[in-house]
Design a protein around this ligand. Structure first.
Ligand SMILES: [Ca+2]
Ligand SMILES: [Ca+2]
Length: 347
């Protein structure tokens, strides 16, 4: 009897293993750990049901740029223009799996530079811990900012009291040619995470994303549509009722993170410009991703800025098979858009 069972068990075991392996191959996501940047054109409507957060307001002026230019540009006011990653802090309004971030280029004249199409990009994700506090740098209304890059008293106001804890770095996206639509102005793009790189967000917690070019290149930069209240004459406050998105604020990583950077005013770079150049460039290799984001910037800060951005949760039709593999995806119940502001109404 024992001999018969010993012969039969391996056969049943092998069959079970084969069935499981085949099922796994069929059900497994095609790609895991990938970043895809998808052009959405200049007319795009956030999908109902999957849009968890939407900040729709943007200014008609300005060029708020993501860039990784080589060589960087000298500014006669006395500094080398710093390479920069840009992003946004948000508060999860419910439990959800973040699958996509939709961003939009700005309306300005350098919305999408020619060295950007085809460049490799990344998105870095953080949890934001602590409670934000506004530091006006000792320059309230009626005084000038002290750092010399701007006189606007709000341009040295920064958010302190928080720590940006890195959660995930997803590389390998390829930026599409957004200039194919609207000359690159006000063009939407979807930064989509696949498989294990989707981020589990818990209701009430703050998170942040930061996007940038992986490598420097000639004329490599694009702007992001955003709304900035740095010019508001009202006294600074974090709970400003005019804030279009009270759940967070914009952030950046500039150069090697030195704050404030050195200034040597003049029409040409000084002979000894190595320090200025080093401060303008990202550290090489992995060190770049350890430079924490901040609202501090020169000449602008992100303290009063919000990007135009949309967060889409996993759970759409193309994720149907993945949903069956992950029972937590829909435990939070129906998704409701939150922090919706501005002109655009969600369908
Ligand atoms: Ca100030
Ligand atoms: Ca805000």
């Amino acid at each position: 009897m024992r001999a018969i069972m010993t012969q039969r068990r391996p056969t049943a075991w092998v069959r079970w293993c084969l069935r499981t392996a085949v099922a796994t191959l069929i059900l497994a996501p095609a790609a895991r750990g990938a970043l895809e940047v998808v052009p959405l054109g200049t007319n795009w409507t956030p999908p109902a049901g999957r849009t968890v957060v939407a900040q729709t307001r943007f200014d008609r002026g300005g060029n708020t740029s993501v860039r990784n230019s080589a060589p960087p540009e000298w500014k006669a006011s006395g500094y080398v223009q710093r390479n920069r990653d840009l992003g946004q802090v948000f508060t999860a309004p419910c439990d959800f799996w973040l699958e996509s971030v939709v961003l939009r280029t700005g309306p300005g004249d350098i919305a999408f530079l020619p060295g950007s199409a085809g460049a490799r990009v990344f998105i870095q994700l953080f949890e934001v811990e602590g409670e934000p506090k506004l530091d006006d740098h000792g320059t309230p209304p009626g005084t000038d900012a002290t750092h010399g890059f701007s006189k606007n008293h709000r341009c040295d106001d920064v958010i302190l009291g928080v720590r940006y804890r890195p959660l995930r770095l997803v590389r390998g996206g390829v930026l599409p040619n957004l200039a194919a639509a609207g000359e690159g102005r006000l063009a939407y793009m979807m930064w989509r995470l696949d498989g294990d790189d989707r981020l589990e967000c818990r209701a009430g917690r703050r998170y942040a994303f930061l996007v940038g070019f992986e490598e420097p290149g000639k004329a490599r930069g694009f702007t992001l549509a955003n709304h900035n209240r740095a010019g508001d004459p009202a006294p600074p406050r974090l709970d400003d009722p005019a804030d279009p998105y009270p759940g967070g604020w914009a952030i950046r990583r500039e150069g090697n993170g030195t704050r404030p950077p050195s200034m040597r005013p003049g029409p040409e770079p000084p002979a000894e410009s190595a320090t200025l150049l080093r401060e303008a460039l990202f550290p090489t290799g992995e060190a770049r991703f350890s430079v924490p984001p901040t609202t501090d910037g020169y000449p602008d800060v992100d303290t009063y800025r919000d990007l135009e951005f949309y967060l889409l949760a996993a759970g759409g039709p193309r994720a149907a098979d993945e949903r069956s593999l992950d029972p937590t995806l829909h435990e939070a119940g129906p998704l409701k858009p939150a922090f919706v502001a501005g002109r655009r109404a969600l369908e």
